[in-house]
Design a protein around this ligand. Structure first.
Ligand code: NIG
Ligand code: FE
Length: 390
């Protein structure tokens, strides 16, 4: 059994308060960390580090858990750069553009789809992401949703069935018929390939009753719930997420009085996706209101070709700090431990002994640099399960 010592870490972010300075980031200065069999085996002051077979000298830089990107749509074909350009010229974002990506995705052969997904997962890894959730949602037929999930499964166990993304054109006249298809045969085909089920609850997508039907059918197949909630306007998404005990309500941009308290009471994580607001030139969610209400906040990219075509968790962190009033420490926690909570995982997003050895060496002395140096590729080296992936 070989062991590796990460030595001379200037600042170690453990996200385990008891191991460090007592803050949520659990910071340890002048630290070391030992990896054995793909897991963290020991964490502490460099001076007291045990011997190991191999040594990685970190040279005073910062080490933190790999980012947990808990919301991404990575299986699609084509892009929608003209829509982005039109938005930057003043056009509004609507859910309607999704249909264009559905048409391109259906027309693409499987290896083309797979190469898009692989490229995006690789882009993520190079920026420090070691866990990613991947949704379907651009197939919208039994055959195409299952195909998209099979592609997603090549990269992660955190796959999400999003047949209820929008009503596809061939069912335009019969949305309830489409919901029955999603909750019936489509779910039947997709459940073996998914861990989660998600619904886009929004004007132009699905209403509360349709969402309940899909999420409950998913639960009957053993799938945990997640919800695209309150992205483009106020609505029932957050409350439905709380009612069904979803792991996460995602977006949470337009909240009514009471939504934040409902999330806190139900223990539903609010996953904020500020790159979507950036890319659609929309107001950012009120993160402070959520934190003040006691809600657990996660950050993710929402990577997709329509509303947020970025794979960068550091970009999401920088936006959360600059535009949503999170402190750098709160944003880094939300992008690591917060993402893990949104996926109900306790083996990632932290560097306590026993956790997966998923870690990033930053070319910087502290985690603050992630927001302080926006747009700079700071992930100098990335390990996943104790294996170097970048
Ligand atoms: O999370 N909100 C719904 N789905 C995506 C956007 C999809 C698209 O525009 O293609 C989102 O923002
Ligand atoms: Fe999304």
């Amino acid at each position: 059994m070989s062991t590796t010592l990460f030595d001379r870490i200037g600042q170690l972010v453990t996200c385990a308060p008891e191991l460090g300075d007592g803050s949520p980031l659990g910071l340890v200065g002048e630290a070391a960390l030992v990896v054995e069999e793909g897991r963290v085996a020991w964490v502490g002051a460099a001076a007291g580090a045990p011997a190991a077979d191999e040594r990685v000298a970190v040279g005073g830089r910062c080490v933190l858990p790999g980012f947990v990107d808990s919301h991404a749509h990575l299986v699609f074909a084509g892009d929608r750069s003209e829509e982005f350009a039109a938005r930057m010229a003043g056009r509004r974002y609507t859910a309607g553009g999704i249909a264009r990506t559905v048409a391109a995705t259906r027309a693409a052969d499987t290896e083309t789809l797979a190469s898009v997904t692989a490229r995006l997962v690789d882009e993520m890894a190079r920026q420090g992401t070691t866990t990613v959730e991947i949704k379907s949602g651009y197939g919208l037929s039994v055959e195409h949703e299952a195909r998209c999930l099979a592609v997603a499964r090549r990269h992660t166990d955190e796959t999400t069935f999003l047949g209820a993304h929008v009503v596809p054109p061939e069912h335009a006249g019969d949305p309830d018929g489409y919901v029955a298809l999603v909750a019936g045969p489509m779910l039947e085909a997709c459940a073996p390939l998914a861990r989660w089920v998600d619904v886009f609850v929004e004007q132009g997508a699905f209403d509360a009753d349709q969402a309940r039907a899909v999420l409950r059918a998913g639960a009957a197949h053993g799938l945990g719930a997640r919800v695209h909630a309150n992205q483009l306007g106020p609505g029932p998404g957050v409350r439905v997420a709380c009612e069904v005990g979803a792991a996460s309500a995602d977006h949470c941009t337009h909240l009514d009085d009471g939504d934040a308290a409902a999330l806190a009471d139900a223990g539903v994580v609010a996953t904020l996706l500020p790159a979507a607001e950036f890319s659609t030139r929309s107001p950012y969610p009120d993160a402070r209101r959520l934190l003040d209400a006691g809600v657990v906040v996660a950050l993710a990219t929402d990577c997709n070709p329509g509303s947020s075509y970025t794979t960068s968790m550091p970009f999401a962190i920088a936006l959360a700090v600059r535009e949503m009033g999170l402190s750098p420490a709160e944003a880094v926690w939300a992008a690591t431990a917060g993402g893990a909570r949104a996926l109900r995982r306790d083996d990632v997003g932290t560097l306590r002994p026993g956790a997966a050895a998923d870690l990033v060496v930053l070319d910087a002395p502290s985690h603050v640099h992630l927001a302080y140096r926006p747009g700079v590729p700071l992930a100098a080296a990335v390990w996943r399960g104790g294996r170097r992936i970048h």
